[in-house]
Design a protein around this ligand. Structure first.
Ligand code: LHQ
Length: 265
């Protein structure tokens, strides 16, 4: 499938998704949301892809929902627009698809991430951010509730006090503040962003992909479980990881005092 609102490119086992509406800071339209689902599903189903990168073209990562497009479609709708139906049909399945992807997703936050654009960054597994980027829970500024998973991700990542502060004020925080709060993994000077992102993606693409998927599954499960259930889940998933070719390779490589070469299996 060819994409109109994003670029999707696979190289060196990396599936690179670039939001591509730079003059709108990559604000999301219904077709971009559909294309994102297609691209993530393609990355999931392609055995050659071992890491996924989500980034933005131009000076923004993603400004959230395209408010101009949203108000146009509301104005032209023949029946009353339902936010709930729209979210359930577009953003929600996308976020669930990302969270269940059995491969690591790196957000390459190249600029501002606002509203649902910030939610998408939070739905990724690792956030590499340029120093000049910023984050805003812009929803409150247009009298909307945070959506696309922000209410779930943000308190878990930075605690309720700070999550509510961001949600209630819509204050734009810097990359450094996001790092200090544990909301992102790494902040780099703008000039080093693309090289660092490529190196990081290559590192994830060389990881034991199947086990990485199991780690994601284990943590997702543990977030909403008792200790007892989490321990049982770890044991169940360890059976699967323990039977993998990459586990064997990891142990042999350790004993032979050489770096492991993982196949992803
Ligand atoms: C935009 C947008 C944008 C369109 C910048 N839309 N054009 C789900 C369900 C359904 C509907 C509603 O929402 C949702 C979920 C949500 O995501 S709600 C939250 C939606 N997002 C926002 O409210 C953020 C709005 N944008 C901003 O606050 C600022 O643009 C930020 C803080 C992102 C960046 O500020 P600046 O760096 O100063 O850039 P700018 O404001 O000058 O924007 C550059 C251009 O991009 C500008 O167009 P222009 O023609 O004047 O150059 C903006 O109009 C356009 N743009 N965000 N969301």
């Amino acid at each position: 499938m060819t994409f109109d609102t994003l670029l999707y490119d696979v190289h060196d086992h990396i599936g690179m998704i670039t939001l591509n509406r730079p003059d709108r800071l990559n604000a999301m339209t219904a077709s971009m949301l559909h294309e994102l689902q297609v691209a993530f599903a393609q990355a999931r189903d392609d055995a050659g892809v071992r890491a996924v990168v989500l980034t933005g073209a131009g000076r923004g990562f993603c400004a959230g929902a395209d408010l101009a497009a949203a108000s146009e479609s509301m104005a032209s709708a023949t029946t009353p627009f339902s936010y709930s139906q729209f979210l359930q049909a577009t953003y929600n399945p996308l976020v669930l698809l990302m969270r269940s992807l059995p491969k690591p997703i790196i957000a390459g936050v190249n600029g501002v991430a606002a509203g649902a654009g910030m939610s998408l960054a939070l739905a990724c597994d690792y956030r590499l951010v340029v120093e000049s980027a910023s984050f805003t829970q812009a929803f409150v500024k247009i009298a909307l509730v945070p959506d696309s998973g922000s209410t779930w991700f943000l308190p878990r990542l930075i605690g309720t006090t700070r999550a509510l502060e961001l949600m209630l004020t819509g204050r734009r925080i810097t990359a450094q503040e996001a790092l200090d709060w544990g909301m992102v993994n790494q902040v780099v000077p703008d000039g080093q962003f693309s090289t660092t992102l490529s190196n990081l993606a290559a590192q994830f693409a060389a990881a034991p992909t199947h086990t990485v998927g199991l780690i994601k599954q284990a943590v997702e499960f543990a977030l909403d479980s008792t200790l007892e259930a989490a321990l049982a889940k770890e044991a169940e998933l360890q059976d699967i990881a323990g039977a993998s070719a990459d586990h064997q390779e990891g142990v042999v490589a350790f004993l032979q005092k050489r770096p492991a070469v993982f196949s992803g299996q």
